[in-house]
Ligand binder design. Structure first.
Ligand SMILES: Nc1ncnc2c1ncn2[C@@H]1O[C@H](COP(=O)(O)OP(=O)(O)O)[C@@H](O)[C@H]1O
Ligand SMILES: [Mg+2]
Length: 306
């Protein structure tokens, strides 16, 4: 079980009691306009310390843009992001980022790439400790046998797993993850989702995980923030109050799935299908909890795998 070694490195369960702290991350009135086009039209939500929150939205709605704003890699056009009360540009030590693509250093081995994040973050950590941690997290993503390989000799999925290990190895309180499992095969994805949940549970990190995959969000999240089409707003916030590990086929998840599927397909429904279309005022803004599900919405895509 990979969590054993992580536990040894990270200490006992450090998850804060839910809701015990003020929000660690606050996004308020966040807007982003580029080239005259408004991508984000005013996003509001907050994330408590220790929460696992998924941001779910259609391709092109601005999920990556949102994550980059939160990570301080972009400046907002309007509104603000606060991490522990401060500007993200000043809180970079608090945050590790998993990009949509691996972004590895070509001249470093897999283990050296994993150690690099830690090296940049905290040069006082001795080299031996950096490499020990690199190996530990490479084990977690099941790549210990690739430790001495250079990126050019790794598959795309392997490179992405190295990037995940690199982000986990810095052991920052906040993890921002941009569709990190989107390009992986079903079995690897399933393993990594479990491994990530283990790490989260043991170490008490706060995770903001972007995905366009509804089942992925249902498997992982404490709460799901659903984004609209552009110009993008928060369409709905749903709490997933189902114990983990979750099976996407669990009937307990079905009402939430139906509801969110309707949100995600709302703008593209057939004529005559009038409830809950994109832009409907009742669906705009954060609505905590789970409103009643509309009937008969079980017809979307799902990969069906945890
Ligand atoms: N720097 C930029 N310049 C121009 N357009 C951009 C820029 N960043 C993002 N966009 C546009 O914003 C939209 C949202 O992009 P993105 O955040 O990558 O969406 P998602 O991650 O949800 O698929 C896209 O139409 C993209 O082309
Ligand atoms: Mg994206």
């Amino acid at each position: 079980m990979p969590s054993g070694s992580v536990q040894a490195a990270a200490g006992p369960d450090r998850r804060p009691s839910p809701g015990g702290d003020r929000p660690l991350l606050v996004v308020s009135g966040l807007g982003f306009t580029v080239g005259g086009e408004t991508i984000l039209a005013g996003i509001d939500f907050s994330v408590d310390a220790g929460e696992f929150v998924c941001v779910l939205g259609p391709s092109g709605c601005g999920k990556t843009t949102l994550l980059r704003l939160i990570g301080g890699l972009l400046r907002p056009s309007r509104g603000e992001v606060r991490i522990a009360g401060a500007d993200p540009a000043r809180q970079w030590r608090q945050v590790a980022y998993v990009f949509q693509s691996a972004r590895l250093c070509g001249w470093r081995t897999a283990a050296q790439n994993v150690a690099l994040g830690l090296e940049l973050r905290d040069p006082s950590v001795p080299r031996a400790e950096r490499l020990r941690r690199a190996e530990e997290y490479l084990r977690l993503v099941q790549l210990e046998d690739r430790r001495d390989r250079y990126p050019a000799t790794l598959s795309g999925g392997e490179a992405q797993r190295v990037a995940l290990a690199r982000a986990l190895a810095v052991e920052s309180p906040i993890l921002l993850m941009d569709e990190p499992f989107a390009n992986l095969d079903v079995r690897t994805r399933r393993h990594l989702r479990r491994a990530l949940l283990d790490v989260w549970k043991i170490t008490g990190r706060t995770i903001l995980f972007v995905t366009h995959d509804l089942d992925e969000a249902l498997i992982l999240a404490d709460r799901i923030i659903v984004l609209s089409d552009r110009p993008t707003r928060v369409r709905r916030v749903v709490t997933v109050d189902v114990p983990r590990p979750r099976d996407p086929a669990d009937p307990a998840l079905e009402p939430i799935r139906s509801l969110l599927l309707a949100d995600l397909t709302g703008g593209r429904r057939a004529a005559g299908d009038e409830d809950g279309a994109a832009g409907e005022p009742g669906l705009t803004g954060a609505a905590p909890g789970l409103p009643a599900a509309p009937a008969g919405r079980g017809d979307g895509e799902r990969d069906g795998q945890p």
